[in-house]
Write a protein that binds this ligand. Structure first.
Ligand SMILES: [Zn+2]
Length: 80
């Protein structure tokens, strides 16, 4: 679960972190808000060999491609 707690001076907040590329998006006051907003930011959870990874929109194509579930791999061929 790549929702991480961050500190900014005295403030604390939560952010979404992609388990693939490490990109951070969002700024949430509490953990539950981050969970609720995850989908809105394009993040999805994948169970990869028994480990849950949160993956940003940019990385989802590579995950699906590796798992052999992509049907449009050719469409993304230039990006991989
Ligand atoms: Zn990513």
């Amino acid at each position: 679960m790549a929702i991480e707690k961050r500190y900014e001076g005295k403030e604390q907040y939560y952010t979404l972190v992609c388990d693939r590329c490490g990109d951070e998006v969002g700024y949430f006051d509490d953990f539950q808000e981050a969970v609720d907003e995850k989908r809105r930011y394009g993040f999805r959870s994948f169970n990869i060999d028994g480990i849950w990874e949160d993956v940003c929109a940019d990385c989802q194509d590579t995950v699906q491609y590796k798992r052999g579930t992509a049907t449009a791999a050719d469409d993304f061929g230039g990006l991989i």
